[in-house]
Design a protein around this ligand. Structure first.
Ligand SMILES: [Zn+2]
Length: 334
């Protein structure tokens, strides 16, 4: 069983938890069950061996079966949030409606997952960043492994900001909070004032506003993930929240304090990226090795993404500039 403290009790909300092997920072994956009689699920953990049955046991302890599930709401299109949808539908013997923001719909498709989650866009990103070929090959293999942690959901339904879902004892509304992914959403429950925050707010680590490699999938080519992420934090600032129930790890009570900590983290990171550019031009890969010496290779994409999202905003502020298109592209101070 994952090492998490119990969530605060809330009428009509059950928390199901599975460990996440290989992701020590994320601790565990959480799934939330809302209502009585017909129930609504928020998120559907990754498909690790045994995770479905772990969830099923916890569900049956609450006196609920998969057949009681009326709908599944996915906070965002990452595999560790929709991995079990296929198995849950199979166990319920019907295609339970599954909702995800339209900007992340493609991530659930067999067309994308069948490609091993690696695209032409990813190839040009790797070349532009200056990642060595041998590392790119390992990144591709890792990406192919990840796709095995979910089943595709080709008939997911698009949801948008302001959509509402109701059931016995709960009233949910969708708040679009892009940044971690373009289609990331938080789901707000009006009576308990609980925010189901997906990966937008996490207690133990700062969420990654992942650089969106698949630029051709974006509705807005201007999308910058960190800029969107910080705007999404601001969007929650005046929301009346009792707790946040995140997709991983423990519940969050000091939400404002947590968000302020994230903003501080990003301010510090802006400064360190700017300092690393002083007096010389660097590729993204070089910047990454300067800023994260001794990083394990499996973290390459995460670290490059972290550098790039800050660099994009430094460029926008006129504090950094593209010196050479490359590939690899080289950046410098202004
Ligand atoms: Zn995620």
């Amino acid at each position: 069983m994952a090492d998490t403290r119990p969530f605060p009790h809330s009428e009509n909300i059950h928390v199901l938890t599975v460990p996440l092997p290989g992701f020590p920072d994320l601790i565990c994956s959480n799934m939330f069950v809302l209502g009585k009689g017909p129930v609504t699920l928020i998120d559907a953990a990754p498909k690790f061996p045994g995770s479905f049955f772990t969830m099923e046991r916890q569900l049956s302890d609450a006196g609920i079966t998969w057949r009681d599930v009326e709908r599944i709401i996915i906070t965002h299109g990452h595999i560790d949030h929709f991995g079990l949808v296929g198995q849950i539908r199979h166990a319920a013997s019907r295609d339970i409606p599954c909702h995800v923001h339209e900007d992340d719909l493609w991530r659930l498709s067999s067309e994308y997952l069948g490609s091993g989650m690696w695209s032409r866009d990813a190839d040009s990103f790797a070349a532009r960043a200056g990642i060595p070929a041998v590392t790119v090959e390992r990144m591709k293999r890792r990406s192919h492994f990840f796709k095995n942690l979910c089943d595709p959901v080709d008939n997911a339904l698009p949801m948008e900001e302001g959509d509402t879902f109701e059931g016995k004892g709960f009233e949910l509304s969708v708040i679009h909070t892009p940044g971690h992914s373009p289609g990331s959403c938080c789901i707000y429950e009006r009576h308990s004032r609980i925010l189901f925050s997906g990966d937008h707010l996490l207690k133990h680590i700062t969420p990654n506003p992942f650089h969106e490699v698949n630029r051709s999938r974006l509705r807005s080519p201007e999308y910058r993930s960190l800029k969107a992420y910080l705007a999404s934090l601001d969007k929650l600032e005046h929301l009346d929240m009792s707790f946040a129930f995140p997709g991983h790890g423990d519940s969050i009570d000091d939400i404002k304090g947590l968000m302020e900590g994230y903003r501080r983290h990003h301010r510090e990171r802006f400064e360190s990226v700017q300092r690393a550019l002083e007096g010389r031009s660097r590729s993204l890969y070089e910047l990454m090795t300067d800023l994260f010496p001794g990083l394990v290779e499996a973290e390459t994409f995460l670290a490059i993404s972290e550098v790039l999202v800050h660099l994009e905003l430094l460029e926008e502020d006129g504090k950094a500039r593209l010196i050479d298109e490359g590939p690899p592209a080289r950046y410098g101070c202004t």
